[in-house]
Design a protein around this ligand. Structure first.
Ligand code: HEC
Ligand code: HEC
Length: 491
């Protein structure tokens, strides 16, 4: 009898789950709803400068993007015979069509396509520009997740390359040449030798234009006036900032070239309550992650920060002018990000790592990096930030300040006055530790030498200087440190 009940239950379960696999009709709430938009971000450290975004009406006046099929770019001499002519004969082919999505798997695959598709386009150069820091794949193609490394046919006969895809920054090329989807990307291209040469050789007018452009990306007049920003830098100083570029670190719009931010891994993002190093975006629902994608592909540069609007163009850098992702594209992309699974960890939980687990416990790391997520999902105030009382009710805030460099949190457009406690899951496949990625390895993050003023960081740095704060674990014996690191790498 028992057996019978169990088998009925099992078959009921089977019917249920196979039905779920067959039909998946997500209810997609309107993403740019004025009320939802009002509450999805933390206020900025200087609260009267918190961004006000285009209204729902303005937003929905933008045209949904069409996602077209793209084709590989080959290193010169490796493309199949007649490739250019073959491309010219292609008809434009739309590869995202929400009406054809039936199952969860379909939605995830469609989301992957949106995530990997570029959203701005320029005519293909005659000869593709190679990035010497990247491998050429065995079939002669360039790694696809990179501005300029995919051809698009949006109009028959016109070959374009795409710029700006989420996957460009959020895919890691592993030492064996494989790709890790959603992991911390390398993002080196924007600082290629050719860009630095351009800066060095710029005329006063073209240099001023470059600084004006940078003002749109990074300007914050309540921190530095436009005159100072545009006028104070020399081409050599700009070249020094560009040359400081470090794999895994990027001067995302709203940060700054002297205080850029590390690229987070998106694997496990579903469990994080705050997005961005400064916890700028509250992650309460899939809708918030969709809104995150909306603002980060350009809309944030047209927000009003008090009386300052960096650009009146709603997508100045993000994508083709006047376009937005459709609601279905955003949902599919967020659903895809939620589905990202960690890769198999080659580091075993051996005796050394088990010892390290004890050290982790003894040192109180778990107070903030609480298992199983290895974050308590809370915010810590940056040096000099006074937490507004009302935020203690709405947000998860620790009273401890850990003393890291306050510039990103206090002196940029992404600056909320806080740093979030990052998850330590998957540190083995990341570099660029600390919000600015100043430490290249866990060994360096846990090395007390990094606190000295004349220290030269191995990660992002423009000149010598301490990697300040987060002094946990720095005084451990070498043996305990080795064990702790082995444990961290096993997460
Ligand atoms: C040019 C590089 C670049 C591109 C393109 C890019 N990102 Fe990011 N992304 C970053 C950087 C850098 C950060 C860290 C920002 C910060 O901490 O302030 C980030 C942060 C994030 C986060 C926050 C994760 C966390 O745990 O804090 C999410 C989610 C995200 N990106 C998704 C996307 C999506 C979706 C797209 C495409 C619509 C995209 N990104 C395009 C560089 C990029
Ligand atoms: C009081 C809370 C707190 C404690 C205790 C703490 N951490 Fe952290 N940890 C943080 C915060 C906040 C950050 C982010 C720092 C930043 O933004 O620069 C961080 C960052 C890190 C990072 C860098 C992660 C990354 O992706 O950049 C590592 C590694 C780390 N902690 C390990 C540890 C270890 C090991 C211990 C114990 C020895 C520990 N932490 C104790 C709050 C804490």
């Amino acid at each position: 009898m028992r057996l019978l009940v169990a088998s009925i239950a099992a078959s009921a379960l089977f019917t249920y789950s196979s039905a779920a696999a067959q039909a998946f009709n997500p209810e997609i709430l309107r993403v740019w709803d004025d009320r939802a938009v009002e509450a999805f971000e933390l206020p900025l450290a200087q609260s009267d400068r918190s961004p006000r975004y285009p209204s729902s009406q303005e937003y929905y006046a933008l045209k949904p993007r069409v996602i077209y099929r793209s084709y590989p770019v080959y290193t010169p001499g490796r493309e199949p015979a007649g490739y250019g002519e073959w491309l010219r004969q292609r008809e434009p082919e739309i590869i995202f069509d929400a009406s054809k999505l039936r199952t969860e798997k379909d939605w995830i695959q469609a989301g992957r396509i949106v995530f990997q598709s570029h959203i701005a386009f320029i005519p293909a150069p005659r000869v593709p520009e190679l990035d010497p820091s990247l491998p050429i794949l065995p079939d002669g193609t360039l790694p696809p997740f990179r501005p300029g490394n995919r051809y698009y046919i949006r109009q028959k006969g016109l070959i374009e390359v795409g710029l700006n895809a989420c996957a460009d920054c959020h895919t890691r090329i592993m030492p064996d040449g494989s790709f890790l989807e959603g992991a911390q990307g390398i993002v080196a291209r924007p600082f290629s030798a050719s860009v630095m040469k351009q800066v060095r050789e710029s005329t006063p007018e073209s240099f001023a234009r470059r600084r004006e452009n940078d003002w749109i990306l990074f300007g914050a007049p309540w921190i530095q006036s436009k005159e100072t920003f545009v006028g104070a830098m020399t081409p050599d100083q700009v070249v020094a900032q560009l040359a400081a570029n470090h794999p895994g670190v990027f001067a995302r719009q709203g940060t700054s070239r002297s205080h850029p931010v590390h690229v987070p891994s998106l694997i496990g993002v579903k469990d994080r309550r705050y997005l961005d190093a400064t916890g700028l975006v509250r992650h309460r629902s899939i809708g918030d992650l969709m809104r995150y994608a909306v603002i980060n592909m350009g809309l944030d540069t047209s927000a009003r920060f008090g009386d300052f609007q960096p650009s009146s163009n709603p997508t100045p850098f993000g994508g083709e002018v006047g376009t937005r992702y459709s609601e279905e594209q955003l949902y599919a992309m967020a659903f895809y990000m939620y589905s990202l699974k960690p890769p198999v960890n080659p580091n075993l939980r051996d005796a050394l790592a088990s010892n390290g687990q004890k050290v982790f416990g003894q040192q109180g790391c778990g107070v903030c990096h609480t298992p199983p997520l290895y974050t308590n999902n809370k915010l810590t105030p940056a040096i000099g930030f006074k937490v507004p009382d009302h935020m203690r009710k709405t947000d998860n805030i620790l009273s401890i300040c850990i003393g890291t460099d306050p510039a990103l949190a206090m002196s940029t457009r992404r600056g909320t006055g806080f740093y979030k406690v990052p998850s330590l899951l998957g540190v083995w496949h990341r570099n660029a530790f600390g919000h600015e990625g100043q430490a290249e390895t866990l060994e360096e993050w846990l090395d007390a030498a990094r606190l000295q003023g004349d220290y030269v960081p191995k990660g992002f740095h423009i000149g010598p200087g301490a990697i300040k704060g987060h002094e946990f674990g720095l005084k451990l014996s070498p043996a305990d440190k080795r064990a702790l690191i082995a444990f961290l790498k096993s997460l």
